[in-house]
Design a protein around this ligand. Structure first.
Ligand SMILES: Cc1cc2nc3c(=O)[nH]c(=O)nc-3n(C[C@H](O)[C@H](O)[C@H](O)COP(=O)(O)OP(=O)(O)OC[C@H]3O[C@@H](n4cnc5c(N)ncnc54)[C@H](O)[C@@H]3O)c2cc1C
Length: 481
């Protein structure tokens, strides 16, 4: 589409919305537009032709019908945290849900209805008032809709499953403008696809969520200097599969920050940062921590009970809006010694102090749900790897992107085929089918039924054109379990 066609198209959208839209409409030049157009990943600087901040489902219906009618490229935005930058577009329409952050909690039934624009922090704050929690991600300024639709992992995943496993209903506006309810009984094919299939099927206006009791947790944090990280990772790899669901043990390889709360000898050094969270009886938790901490040479070990809200916000400042980010992600069945050694070699050459090699072990409740129950792709590959490049200066783009890509390329032969769609970059279209394994054809069918023209295409797109063309092959772990 040429620039001229786009601006003409946007004028048509604006004119057709007159009298049909209650929310806020922002165009380039309007006060507030520069803030409204920016998204979390500073690598993505696009200027949409119009931002439609919807107030309610009627507004979303009008936005979809009109944008689809004139063929405007359209992005959908909740929290704007798409690593790939899909929540904006150049010259097109952004359907922005940030004014739809209503939450209605039924404490006795442990259920909540939440608006399609809620952030994780919006949900946590409201549910904690009644001592309940929703299993979701670890940074409170992340949007709930994007996270839930792609799957959603976090501290409570081993206890209660993925975020999408705790969804009971989804109300959404489909590509033809209709408002549709999807549950286990109603539009069950769509309900299946929405739990893992991302934003491919429509704009979610409201989720019905299942909540769980949780107000405080036992948190242990510790650092290990680079020279001692190899035995630590082996210890983690060998023990994580045996641990109870109540325990979540994450490790991140990075450079220890130069800040007063970090022990002097660590500051500025490549190291492993551990966060071990226990949900349950405190004394039992301490016994597990004792046995985990027996092996290793850690510094700055801290153990304390903290509130669930503190847990959910403690990483917020580490991932600021507007910095530059690039990711590659994947899974291991088995974390081999040579993979650990490759990670340690990359850690020694890390080009930005904020880059991270994030490792988590899934399993638990999320791993016990049958693969066919939802569209989420990888329940049987417990070790999750996320390589996160994070820096500030555009001059450092090449060094950081290359570091992420090279490490991923080196690790790939030792990995399992598959990827979590929410951790993918914008240049990985050829991995979308890989993310869904055996569910791919079923997803294509549902997509064809609910969005036959692929109007919702600014996402990790489910189309027959997204076929796997992987340049570097997977090795022995490439079988699907
Ligand atoms: C700092 C940070 C921390 C993260 N932590 C975690 C984590 O702990 N666990 C985890 O699983 N993931 C995590 N992620 C990844 C996260 O799940 C994805 O980035 C997700 O897309 C963010 O959702 P969002 O609503 O903020 O995104 P947006 O950028 O607003 O939207 C991303 C995509 O989601 C779809 N979408 C958004 N809203 C709607 C809607 N209402 N209806 C239909 N489609 C919609 C659209 O396709 C859109 O392109 C994290 C990301 C960041 C940046």
């Amino acid at each position: 589409m040429s620039d001229h066609t786009t601006s003409q198209t946007i004028r048509e959208v604006a004119s057709a919305l007159k009298g049909r839209f209650r929310g806020e409409i922002l165009r380039p030049g309007d006060p507030g537009f520069p803030e409204a157009k920016s998204i979390w990943n500073g690598m993505v600087a696009r200027t949409p032709g119009i931002i439609l901040r919807c107030d309610n489902a009627n507004d979303v219906q009008a936005a979809v019908l009109i944008s689809a009618g004139v063929g405007a490229p359209t992005a959908v935005r909740c929290g704007g945290h798409s690593l790939a930058g899909f929540s904006t577009c150049e010259g097109g329409v952004v359907i922005d849900l940030s004014r739809m952050r209503h939450i209605d909690i039924d404490e006795s039934k442990r259920r909540a209805r939440v608006g399609g624009g809620c952030l994780l922090g919006t949900i946590d704050t409201a549910t904690q008032r009644v001592g309940l929690a929703y299993p979701a991600g670890v940074v409170s300024h992340t949007g709930a809709a994007g996270l839930i639709l792609g799957g959603g992992t976090g501290w409570l995943t081993r206890m209660y499953g993925l975020s999408c496993d705790n969804v009971e209903s989804v109300q959404l506006v489909c590509a033809d403008g209709s408002l549709v309810l999807a549950t286990e009984r109603k539009n069950a094919d769509l309900f299946w696809a929405l739990r893992g299939g991302g934003g491919n099927f429509g704009v979610v206006t409201e989720f019905g969520l299942r909540l769980h009791p949780c107000t405080s947790v036992l948190l242990c944090t510790a650092w290990t200097l680079c020279d001692n990280v190899q035995p630590l990772l082996r210890h983690w790899r060998d023990n994580a599969p045996q641990l109870p669901d109540e325990l979540k043990w994450n490790i991140s390889l990075t450079v220890a920050p130069d800040s007063p709360e970090i022990p002097q000898q660590l500051r500025g050094c490549p190291a492993a940062s551990e966060s071990i969270v226990w949900f349950g009886d405190e004394e039992r938790g301490h016994r597990y921590l004792d046995s985990i901490l027996k092996v290793g040479d850690r510094v700055g070990v801290s153990r304390k009970m903290i509130s669930f809200l503190t847990l959910q916000t403690m990483a917020d400042a580490d991932f600021p809006h507007g910095a530059r980010y690039y990711t590659k992600s994947g899974y291991f069945y088995v974390l081999e010694d040579r993979s650990i050694d490759l990670m340690l070699a990359a850690l020694a050459e890390i080009p930005s102090r904020k880059n991270q090699i994030e490792l988590a072990f899934l399993g638990g409740a999320a791993g016990r749900i049958r693969a066919s129950e939802t569209a989420f792709g990888d329940r049987c590959a417990p070790f999750i790897l996320n390589l996160l490049g994070h820096w500030s200066d555009p001059h450092d783009d090449a060094a950081n992107i290359t570091w992420v890509r090279n490490l991923f390329r080196a690790l790939r032969p030792h990995m399992k085929k598959g990827v979590y769609v929410n951790f993918m970059s914008g240049d990985e279209n050829d991995r979308v089918s890989e993310a869904y394994h055996d569910s791919w054809n079923r997803l294509l069918e549902v997509k064809k039924k609910y969005d036959p023209t692929n109007f919702f295409r600014l996402n990790q797109n489910i189309t027959e054109f997204s076929t796997a063309r992987t340049s570097a092959p997977y090795g022995s772990q490439s079988r699907d379990a």
